[in-house]
Design a protein around this ligand. Structure first.
Ligand SMILES: [Zn+2]
Length: 364
């Protein structure tokens, strides 16, 4: 086991800060609200400005803690008692998401040396309205450190997708569509699911939006028949080239698998997809430390993006794990680190940003 103490972490962030220089670090994958159980109501925290909390919860700033890079295999816990593990997970999630809001994210970003984050809401299976994006606007609006993603409710038919997205571009200036097949209930292997996803890609192409899709299983879900709606085998058959803008496959398609070999297979499927569709990128969120170097070995390093899946995982810990893995396995580790944290995400962001500039230019 590799335990890192606080001094080591502070020194590593000093090193990171030197590599960073004046570059901007971007996190492509942050959830302002819990997406799995999705049952918390927030009030303005009277004690700390910019914090929203569940009733009576006191906010304290996140900080560095000793951490281990190695992953504790969830498989062992899962086999022992799935129900108990689910209870523990609900408890942990409630605690993590007892607070949200701009100040909570600034505090995490400060620890991680991150400047800009993409906020990803996820529509629940039975959800019909869009109050999540309204809440994001209300809490995080008017600050260009936050880039808004949007997740379409499952109740929308393919025909309604375009007008719904247009409405959200105009009202909330969304830059990205997040698709979570396993939570929203879009089966990427069914005729209906493929049609929905391909409609979204068509609109993304016309309106210069990024698309980010969950790749892999979700082991703990209340609607368990949906837990494998977004596996890489299913994603493989979608025509991702319907949009010329970047499509990001989150977790490099490895989410929810315990086996190293199965994940190697998943990565080789992703690698094939990236060969067919030059607009596919991946993010490193949720990828265990032991798998990270495999990703960098097999996947074009120019198409790998930093994503933390925070608040589920503390953002600074994901930065450290990435850095430690690159340092250990990669020859030009400082250069590659800068690519993943800054150059690659800025590259995809500029693709949609330039389009917006052109549109403004055309109108004037
Ligand atoms: Zn996520």
């Amino acid at each position: 086991m590799n335990m890192l103490n606080i001094n080591y972490i502070i020194n590593t962030f000093e090193h990171i800060s030197n590599i960073k220089g004046n570059n901007e670090f971007i996190d492509i994958h942050v959830h302002p609200f819990d997406v799995v159980f999705d049952d918390q109501n927030y009030l303005i925290n009277e004690n700390t400005k910019g914090v929203f909390s569940i009733k009576n919860a006191t906010y304290s700033c996140p900080k560095y803690n000793p951490m281990q890079t190695d992953t504790i295999l969830r498989g062992e816990i899962l086999n022992a008692d799935l129900k108990a593990y689910e209870k523990l997970l609900i408890y942990k999630t409630r605690k993590i998401y007892a607070h949200t809001g701009p100040q909570v994210l600034y505090d995490h970003m400060k620890l991680s040396n991150v400047d800009k984050v993409f906020l990803l809401p996820v529509s629940g299976y039975m959800e019909t309205n869009n109050n999540k994006i309204e809440n994001i606007q209300y809490m995080f609006g008017n600050d260009n450190r936050f880039v808004f993603g949007y997740s379409l409710p499952n109740s929308l038919s393919s025909k309604m997708i375009e007008s719904d997205i247009l409405y959200h571009i105009n009202k909330f200036n969304i830059k990205l569509i997040k698709i979570h097949p396993n939570i929203t209930g879009i089966d990427a292997g069914s005729k209906n699911g493929i049609e929905k996803i391909e409609s979204i890609l068509g609109v993304a192409n016309n309106k210069a939006l990024l698309v980010l899709i969950h790749g892999g299983k979700s082991t703990l879900l209340r609607h368990t028949n949906m837990s494998e709606y977004g596996t890489v085998e299913k994603l493989f058959n979608i025509n991702w080239r319907l949009t010329k803008y970047p499509v990001i496959i989150a977790h490099a398609g490895t989410y929810g698998y315990e086996s190293f070999n199965k994940n190697k297979d998943n990565i080789s499927i992703i690698q094939k997809m990236m060969g067919i569709h030059e607009n596919i990128w991946i993010d490193i969120s949720g990828i265990p430390y032991e798998m990270l170097h495999v990703i960098f070995e097999y996947i074009d390093n120019d198409r790998i993006l930093f994503g933390s899946d925070s608040l589920y995982t503390p953002q600074w810990q994901v930065v450290i794990k990435l850095f430690e893995s690159l340092k250990k396995y990669c020859r030009n580790y400082e250069e590659t680190f800068l690519k993943v944290m800054s150059i690659n995400p800025l590259n995809i962001y500029s693709k949609i940003h330039n389009r917006y500039m052109r549109e403004v230019y055309r109108r004037t």
